[in-house]
Design a binder for this molecule. Sequence first.
Ligand code: TYD
Length: 227
Amino acid sequence: MADVGVKRGAGRGKFITFEGGEGSGKSTQIKMLAQRLEAAGVRNVTTREPGGSPGAEIIRHVLLSGVGKLLGPEAETLLFAAARDDHVQTVILPALNQGTWVLCDRFFDSTRAYQGSLGQVAPGIVNALQRVTIGDLKPDLTLILDVPVEVGMNRAAVRRGSDAADRFESEDMTFHEGLRTAYRKIAADDPNRCVLIDATADADSVGQAVWSAVHGHLAMTTAASPA
Ligand code: TYD
């Protein structure tokens, strides 16, 4: 297995986030990466947002039920931020400080895309909440899985079967097209942190692209900073 540039247990863990629209295949890819890292001797934990800690999972339930939407865009954004604050303090930071890598299904770029670009919450509010909830904790690498909207929506429909679409799955096609554009802009604006991955192909091919991005990007940053 390729050397990802970090010795087991040495220094702070790496923080990798996965982002993308509905049905982009994040959960499959996170599992595959976790297994690959494990096989390479890199201790890691997988988590998700909204949620990931007991307190944040309660807020997740409120958000995905659609109740947050009734409160209006700003209050809904505050709920995402409250969940993130608990998740960062109780799960993410402790793991990183113990040298464990953290793989997180969605993080603050989701707030930027869903609430900022699409929900039209003012940038000042989004930035202020980012400062409060995550401070200097930027992901070392963000993998943005990119698929055409029809492909993602079909995958999401197959995955949920007869269950009802959740709060965001039930938004219209224009919303999801806008989301894809927002994510592409996030990737273009922060190329040192973000890698845009074409996630249209089969899971194994996408997994290979993810692995190359992790290897290439983190080997580069660990060479630049003694880990
Ligand atoms: P989830 O079922 O985890 O969706 P997915 O499999 O697409 O990740 O639901 C999370 C939803 O919450 C998803 O539609 C994106 C949305 N979300 C936001 O709107 N803002 C945020 O900050 C986060 C973390 C998620």
